[in-house]
Design a protein around this ligand. Structure first.
Ligand code: CMP
Length: 147
């Protein structure tokens, strides 16, 4: 796991552009906002998660009441998984995304501008550096982090 830290020049975080956003052709708009905020997209792939893959990715939420709805939704269409790099990537991306619930998200954040609901909230970002490494390794091999 630590190879990721050595390969990337700075801190890395895992981003997912969710099915509501890929469905509405928002990948380019979201990527432009990511890059404008100073985060570098050092790896990216579009894929359609199976239900078991969505359940594995969100396993920490398996006891939560929203788990079934969340994993159904996350396997309902394509997502774009990406690795973002910046000096303080985890926090920088969380700030850019805004609050999980778009009703609570600040002006100018991705979720304020794009999200449809708490579940269909357009983007996911890792909540810590430790989880970022786990989530990155779910989607990417070391050779896919190209800088
Ligand atoms: P995300 O950052 O991807 O992490 C877990 C997701 O569960 C979250 O964004 C929301 O899309 C979804 N979710 C649905 N209901 C809730 C809830 N009550 N609290 C937190 N997350 C929720």
């Amino acid at each position: 796991m630590s190879e990721y830290v050595h390969r990337a020049k700075k801190i890395v975080t895992l981003s997912m552009i969710k099915p509501d956003a890929t469905q509405r052709n928002l990948t380019g708009d979201i990527n432009a906002r990511i890059e404008k905020a100073g985060l570098r997209i050092i790896a990216q792939k579009r894929l359609w998660l199976t239900k078991p893959q969505a359940e594995e990715f969100y396993a920490v939420h398996s006891e939560r009441p929203f788990f079934e709805e969340l994993t159904q939704y996350m396997s309902s269409g394509p997502v774009v998984a990406q690795v973002l790099e910046a000096e303080d990537a985890v926090n920088a991306y969380r700030k850019l995304m805004g609050a999980t619930n778009p009703k609570e998200a600040e002006e100018g954040t991705l979720r304020k501008d794009f999200a449809l609901s708490l579940t269909q909230n357009s983007v996911h970002g890792s909540d810590s550096r430790e989880n970022a490494l786990v989530e990155i390794s779910f989607f990417f091999s070391r050779m896919e982090l190209v800088g």
